[in-house]
Design a binder for this molecule. Structure first.
Ligand SMILES: [Zn+2]
Length: 261
């Protein structure tokens, strides 16, 4: 990382250290650091098929076996990835802040890397890659991370085909995750590797900015929220987060911030 960016990290830590309820929002860029393919942007193809066609109710209706084959491949890919130092640092942040429930981690990623890094209570806003659920929405959903056994069977409750537990293109983001964020009532936000292109999640950081809350972004590329946030750090999660978390959990930084506010 460049020296100029390091001073931005120090500034970001000073701003976020004031938060009593810090929301951390992570997106595809964060998991890409761990080797998980993002599918958005360049290419976005699997076996010459557009990802938007596969990850959709129409795609599933047209070719259930094809969609499941893709998802089983992705489960295998993610299972072979390990959390990177930035994701492990987020687990340390949660563990070392002085008050319990001071940090809420929410992600649009379907993978389980934050969970495996040791982060507790991750809110999976766009569903989970390792869940299998009922395609007829009877409410049945189960963890299917051992051998994909459930993915080969119909829903045990109503007999409809089972489907991946991801939120697909054209589907509404479940209220449950958004409600958890609203109930947490964040007073600051750290946005990590989130493209901020997909609503309603993309609207959360600007709304916090409107309420006068500090919002810091870590992303190697400019995003739609870059012009409005307090600090945009142009780097990757795995490089910045260990330094930022080190500062945020430092008694010196927190004591200094307390004296200034
Ligand atoms: Zn069912």
């Amino acid at each position: 990382m460049q020296i100029a960016a390091r001073s931005e990290v120090v500034e970001a830590a000073a701003q976020l250290a004031r938060c009593q309820r810090l929301l951390v929002l992570t997106g595809a860029g964060s998991s890409a650091d761990a080797g998980v393919p993002t599918f958005r942007g360049e290419g976005g193809l699997w076996n010459d098929r557009r990802v938007e066609e596969l990850a959709s109710p129409e795609g599933f209706a047209n070719d259930r076996d094809g969609v499941w084959t893709w998802y089983r491949e992705r489960r295998l890919q993610v299972a072979s990835c390990q959390p990177h130092p930035g994701q492990r640092a987020l687990a340390l942040l949660q563990r070392h802040l002085t008050q319990p429930n001071q940090v809420l981690m929410a992600t649009t990623n379907e993978d389980d890397l934050l969970d495996r890094a040791g982060v507790k209570g991750v809110v999976h806003l766009h569903g989970s890659l390792f869940d299998t659920q009922c395609s007829a929405e009877c409410g049945w959903i189960a963890r299917d991370d051992a051998d994909n056994a459930l993915s080969f069977l119909p829903c045990p409750e109503c007999g409809a085909p089972s489907r991946p537990g991801s939120v697909w293109y054209g589907e509404t983001v479940p209220r449950s995750g958004l409600s958890k964020i609203a109930a947490f009532d964040p007073d600051g936000c750290l946005v990590v590797g989130l493209s901020c292109l997909v609503q309603p999640v993309a609207g959360i950081p600007p709304e916090l900015v409107n309420h006068g809350c500090p919002v810091v972004e870590i992303n190697p590329s400019e995003t739609p929220i870059s012009p409005v946030v307090l600090t945009s750090i142009r780097s990757t999660a795995k490089h910045v987060l260990p330094i930022l978390v080190d500062l945020l959990t430092s008694h010196t930084v927190r004591d200094q911030t307390r004296r200034l506010t």
